[in-house]
Design a protein around this ligand. Structure first.
Ligand SMILES: Nc1ncnc2c1ncn2[C@@H]1O[C@H](COP(=O)(O)OP(=O)(O)O)[C@@H](O)[C@H]1O
Ligand SMILES: [Mg+2]
Length: 346
């Protein structure tokens, strides 16, 4: 991964307007500072950058008190959405109440100067975006357990009054054993949050990736947990078809289509899909929140009912890039792992 030298600013984009250009500009603007080697809060030694996105830089770090690997995400005080320490504390308190196998676990948080940091369990594997890119399309039988776990994790958040609001494959992690972890709560809404802050992060949300936003997000209506359900529908569609339901790049066009056009059912793009896949995806993608699944649990149950067909647990393949060269199985080019223990299907 190429890092720009500290202090050298990014070039401004020549032309703006498309999501990709914005993301590129945003990416360049925010991350030219590698703090590897730094000790955060006297406890977390930053080892190397493992991810960079819209809101911060994520490092593999060592918790020097416990001598264990952790992930530390640093939000630069200069980014478009700097966050008050008070808010960080309340967010972390809310998140630390969510102990669920499909939600990344939070360990610590704080501020260093103008910047803030959160400490999480360190995840090894790859994000779902990369997995889909690698696979092209994900077979229905493989997609079900992944989607069901996404539903479980989000359901646990919803139970605590937390709406994720940035559900997309980039923010879903797949561990090597096939366990799914939801992460990246930068845009999440926590119950009791003030309208002003909501507005602030809604702004951030829309300029992120609009493809996963439900129609109500563009109508000035405060999206509720059913916005996350819609986004899982988009993920499902993308996994099964290898394409987004609304597949264009201009923000205004995306918005218009999300509001007024119905996407073709997944089977129109991938004829091998069962009718059930169409029914579930299209229900999650209903324009009116009232017509969607009303809870993550309802969607999960729908995904898993009839899944006895798929009791042979599918395998997850991780590509070469993700696994260290020291791993002997890499020579085969493919690693297969059971996706879920069969007890998870009960
Ligand atoms: N707990 C973690 N363990 C390992 N890698 C992580 C962890 N959290 C984030 N990452 C990596 O950092 C990237 C960006 O993290 P994310 O929280 O999504 O930031 P952003 O808000 O910038 O999108 C992720 O795509 C992932 O590759
Ligand atoms: Mg992210």
């Amino acid at each position: 991964m190429q890092l720009t030298q500290r202090g050298i600013g990014p070039a401004l984009p020549g032309k703006s307007g498309t999501v990709r250009e914005f993301q590129k500009h945003h990416h360049d603007r925010t991350y030219y500072d590698d703090r590897s080697g730094m000790l955060v809060n006297g406890q977390y030694r930053l080892e190397k950058i493992v991810g960079r996105g819209g809101m911060g830089t994520v490092y593999l770090a060592t918790d020097t008190k416990r001598n264990e690997a952790v992930a530390v995400k640093i939000r630069d005080g200069n980014t478009i959405r700097s966050v008050s320490p008070k808010r960080i504390t309340s967010e972390i308190q809310a998140l630390s109440q969510v102990r669920h196998r499909n939600v990344v676990s939070m360990k610590d948080a704080g501020t260093c100067g103008a910047d803030s940091f959160i400490v999480m369990e360190y995840l090894e594997g790859m994000d779902l975006d990369r997995y889909i890119a690698q696979e092209g399309t994900v077979p229905y039988a493989d997609a079900i357990p992944i989607l069901a776990q996404i539903c479980s994790g989000l359901g646990a958040l919803h139970d605590k009054g937390i709406i994720h609001r940035d559900v997309k494959p980039h923010n879903v992690f797949l561990l090597r054993d096939g366990t799914v972890k939801i992460f990246d709560f930068d845009l999440s809404r926590f119950s009791g949050q003030e309208q002003a802050e909501l507005h602030e992060s809604r702004h951030g949300y829309i300029i992120g990736t609009p493809h996963y936003l439900p129609p109500e997000a563009f109508k000035g209506i405060r999206p509720d947990h059913r916005a996350d359900i819609y986004a899982v529908g988009v993920i499902m569609y993308r996994m099964l078809c290898g394409a987004l339901p609304i597949d264009c790049d201009e923000v205004a066009q995306i918005m218009g289509k999300i509001l007024f056009e119905n996407p073709a059912p997944p089977s129109a793009r991938n004829p091998s899909l069962p009718q059930r896949a169409d029914e579930i995806a299209m229900r999650a993608l209903e324009k009116e929140p009232e017509r969607r699944f009303q809870s993550m649990d309802e969607m999960r149950r729908e995904l898993q009912s009839g899944a006895a067909l798929f009791l042979k647990i599918p395998a997850l393949r991780f590509g070469l890039g993700d696994i260290g060269p020291e791993d002997p199985t890499v020579r085969a080019g493919i690693i297969t792992q059971p996706l879920l223990a069969s007890s998870d299907w009960a």
